[in-house]
Design a protein around this ligand. Structure first.
Ligand code: HEM
Length: 478
């Protein structure tokens, strides 16, 4: 990782963004000790952001400040602080500056680069594309993709589960978003370009999205080519018409309030936006699920009983079956509690705000942290323990505080892909549970979080051994 340009760019850019709020007459949240000149807590943040935030919470509780290059950041954890954080209105807090790093990938005028009213309309198109009526088609696609992918595995082997998760979810996403036709012809070139695009969103991009680093140059070249590829499909489908039940179709049918249709460039940008929102997040959750289940065989036994109860011997599962797999649902939810892919969620205060007797002046960066918030014992009992049944009848710890489980965010900008992501993960795991045994290859303590990417997952190589289950071998042979 190119540390020197990060430091230089971070220092220049963050200080040029806007000056720190004038603090003289404000009662600011306590400042975490340990900041160094210019960089503040940035190096500690880079080493282990979760340990840094936890340190602040341990010292000061629900609200404290830390210093990231250029300006203070207020961190809010705990159920009251999280509720307050997620209930701020768009007029009070802003995501646009925080997500500026997405603009070179999503495109000009798309999502966080669009005017607030247009962005709201664009998010509305996502709602339409993820609505109930389309879920059945998406679910069928997830099941088919799982069968195809794992059908190619041998009887035994060792895999990197992060790679498996990312590969699988690119197939499932591209199929639901761009259509079965596109997925069938999903070329190595598309996968390669998409990889370059994703690799061009790294820690450096957070501070200096346009810094001409090698990864950013590749990202921009890939974006141009992907734009051409997707743009061509848009033009063809507009010309020929299509009855596909995919996301692209929803965008082709959509119009802005003023009656204008979306341009090919806008459709491309929105497709890449939704693909980014849902791809890596689901991929790393898949990988952590593998690790946690391999560590907890008694849960696997329960999940297999549930598969039997829901499906009997059937393999033609559909949306209703996936919805009936409650223990699997709790298990994935528990994985997301312990290892949320988005460990920090950021906003910028647009107005002077307050919480817990402290002021948050306009211009301050604000942070909530699913990773730290999910390990607070007053919200989740024995929080370092993997215990899917905490969400089951009689306990329902997620209902205790509505802003307690925030892996998908909360409030008005809560993830729109919650159901999509959950169904996708359940479809993949239903197949794996019925067909394979999994075990860790390396010592259990070596499966740790990797914080080098914006979306945090297990540290590579995340190796697991799979073995096809005896009855699955028979049915495969037959
Ligand atoms: C396990 C998988 C996923 C996780 C953990 C996740 C997490 C999140 C989080 C935490 C946010 C809120 C960000 C913030 O408050 O700043 C968010 C927003 C969003 N997610 Fe997801 N996501 C996942 C999968 C998906 C999928 C599959 C899709 C679409 C198919 C999707 C689409 C979106 C969209 C459109 C938003 C923006 C909502 C808004 O700003 O109103 N996500 N996601």
């Amino acid at each position: 990782m190119e540390l020197t340009p990060v430091i230089r760019a971070a220092t220049n850019l963050w200080s040029s963004l806007s000056s720190s709020p004038k603090d003289s007459h404000y009662k600011l949240p306590p400042m975490l000790p340990g900041a160094v000149p210019v960089l503040g807590h940035a190096l500690e943040m880079r080493r282990d952001p979760v340990a840094l935030i936890q340190r602040g919470r341990d010292m000061f509780g629900d609200i404290f400040s830390m210093r990231l290059p250029g300006r203070p950041t207020v961190v809010m954890t705990g159920h009251r602080a999280q509720e307050k954080y997620f209930r701020f209105r768009d007029e009070e807090v802003d995501q646009r500056e925080v997500y500026r790093f997405t603009v070179p990938v999503f495109g000009k005028g798309i999502a966080y680069d669009a005017e607030p009213e247009i962005m709201r309309e664009q998010l509305g198109f996502f709602h339409a594309a993820l609505r109930e009526a389309r879920l059945k088609t998406y679910a069928a696609g997830f099941v088919e993709e799982a069968e195809d992918y794992f059908g190619k595995w041998g009887d035994e082997g060792v895999v990197n589960m992060v790679d498996v998760g990312n590969e699988l979810t690119i197939y499932t996403s591209s199929r639901s978003l761009l259509g079965k036709g596109f997925r069938t012809h999903l070329s190595a070139e598309f996968a390669h370009l998409y990889h370059d695009l994703e690799a061009g969103m790294n820690t450096l991009s957070l501070f200096a999205p346009n810094f001409p680093s090698p990864s950013h140059i590749k990202r921009d070249q890939a974006r141009v080519k992907l734009g051409e590829m997707i743009g061509k499909i848009v033009e063809e489908r507009r010309a020929k018409g299509s009855d596909s039940e995919d996301f692209m179709e929803a965008l082709l049918e959509a119009t802005y309030k003023d009656g204008r249709q979306l341009s090919a460039e806008e459709i491309t940008g929105l497709l890449l936006t939704i693909m980014f929102a849902g791809h890596h997040t689901s991929g790393v959750t898949f990988a952590w699920t593998a690790v946690m289940l391999a560590k907890h065989p008694h849960i696997v036994a329960d999940l297999r009983d549930e598969q039997e109860a829901v499906l009997g011997g059937r393999t033609d599962l559909g949306l209703d079956d996936l919805r009936a797999m409650h223990k699997l649902e709790w298990s994935v939810k528990e994985v997301l509690r312990m290892y949320p892919p988005l460990i920090m969620l950021m906003r910028k205060a647009l107005k002077d705000l307050e919480f817990g007797g402290y002021d948050i002046p306009a211009g301050t960066m604000m942070m909530a942290s699913p990773a730290v918030g999910h390990r607070i014992p007053s919200i989740f009992a024995d929080p370092h323990r993997f215990d899917p049944y905490r969400f089951g009848p009689g306990r329902e710890e997620d209902k205790k505080f509505p802003y307690g489980h925030i892996a998908f965010g909360a409030g008005r900008h809560r993830c729109m892909g919650v159901i999509f992501a959950q169904l996708q993960l359940r479809a993949l795991w239903s197949h794996l549970l019925r067909n394979f045994d999994l075990e860790l290859v390396d010592p259990p303590s070596s499966y740790v979080m990797d914080y080098t990417n914006i979306i945090a997952g297990p540290h590579p190589p995340c190796r697991l051994r799979y073995r096809r289950r005896p009855q699955a071998k028979v049915s495969r042979a037959s």
